[in-house]
Design a protein around this ligand. Structure first.
Ligand SMILES: [Zn+2]
Ligand SMILES: [Zn+2]
Ligand SMILES: [Zn+2]
Length: 344
């Protein structure tokens, strides 16, 4: 069985798979991308329209007739469980000590959000209306999974480098662990500390600073700002932040979703053109599940501000950088913003 283990020095949890993969597994991850033509259906793809009964039972879907979980083929977006992955949803946490170490059962949610019935149509080409449905589906999952008291955090993310897992069918993933991952915890602590000293949200301050300076801004709409941060890990890392302060994506309005659909589509198109179709990763950074518990802090609504981080993966980050959390930028954020912004 998979389990979660806590590093006693860094307080970082890692998931350990019950069935260890052989070395061949890692070798097969290199160069397995299978390009297909736009709109083409792949024989083996179970995420395609018309193969609803071949996937695990549907968790949620948007359908043209408004019905939700019927496995019928008139869907717009669909959510299915990702079986045999890191977490299983049934059971209890079973927290226990193991000598000096802590561990617990690998309880949590792994889900696949199928972004479109059409195979291999990149998300930036699915259209603003379809993209709005994808963003609404994100909202549904965050609302649903926050209700489970065992789960602490919900990641909604997209990683195009791993699209070949599903024959290239466009999808996002949902991962909801029973712990708050270290990288997220560091960001939440940073925002909390800033609020403690200044009594202001750091992200609201960053928005003002970036709009004032303007050289790192890529796009501004009524509700969102997209920019390259001052000191990112990756030279072309882009943040999309809502202007309205809110710690959780769950409260996004329909108007804001339509605006975000335009911003995300535009940014992804710009990245594709400016950086020659790189793989990319994006993630919603959101407040942790807001269930009252021992270490819950009460200023989260004021000190944190949800946002999306987009990271094009054009160059392989060196082991030194990833291992030491010390990153070297070969293009300045100001020049990177100019490159992305100017492409039409
Ligand atoms: Zn497909
Ligand atoms: Zn804010
Ligand atoms: Zn963030």
């Amino acid at each position: 069985m998979n389990e979660l283990r806590k590093d006693p020095l860094l307080n970082r949890w890692v998931a350990v798979l019950g069935d260890s993969k052989p070395v061949d597994y890692y070798l097969s991850l290199i160069n397995t991308c299978k390009p297909t033509n736009d709109g083409q259906k792949v024989q083996s793809c179970k995420l395609c329209l018309g193969r609803e009964n071949e996937t695990p039972p549907e968790i949620f879907a948007y359908r043209e007739d408004g019905s939700h979980t019927s496995n019928s083929p008139n869907w717009i977006t669909r959510v299915i469980p990702q079986l045999d992955y890191v977490f299983r949803i049934e059971g209890d946490l079973g927290r226990k000590g193991f000598g000096m170490y802590d561990k617990m059962n690998s309880i949590g949610a792994n889900e696949i959000i199928i972004e479109s019935p059409i195979h291999n149509r990149p998300p930036e080409d699915i259209g603003l209306k379809q993209m709005s449905y994808v963003l609404k589906t994100y909202k549904n999952r965050l609302i649903e999974l926050e209700r489970d008291p065992r789960l602490r955090y919900t990641f909604v993310f997209k990683d195009t480098a791993t699209h070949q897992d599903y024959d290239g069918h466009p999808h996002s993933k949902v991962l909801s662990p029973p712990v708050i991952p270290k990288g997220i915890k560091d960001e939440l602590d940073g925002a909390k500390n800033y609020f403690y000293y200044k009594e202001r949200c750091i992200f609201c301050d960053i928005i003002q600073e970036e709009l004032g300076f303007s050289k790192r801004i890529i796009m501004e709409t009524a509700d969102f700002v997209a920019f390259i941060p001052y000191a990112p890990k990756n030279p072309f890392e882009i943040w999309i932040i809502p202007k309205r302060h809110d710690c959780a994506y769950q409260s996004i309005t329909d108007n804001e979703i339509d605006d975000l659909s335009l911003v995300l589509t535009t940014i992804l198109k710009k990245i594709r053109k400016a950086l020659n179709e790189p793989s990319y990763y994006y993630v919603i950074h959101n407040a942790p599940n807001r269930m009252p518990r021992k270490d819950y802090w009460h200023t989260i609504g004021e000190d944190f501000h949800w946002h999306i981080e987009i990271i094009p993966t054009m160059d392989k980050m060196s082991c030194f950088e990833a291992q030491n959390d010390f990153y070297i930028l070969y293009t300045s954020p100001e020049d990177a913003a100019k490159i992305i912004k100017e492409v039409r």
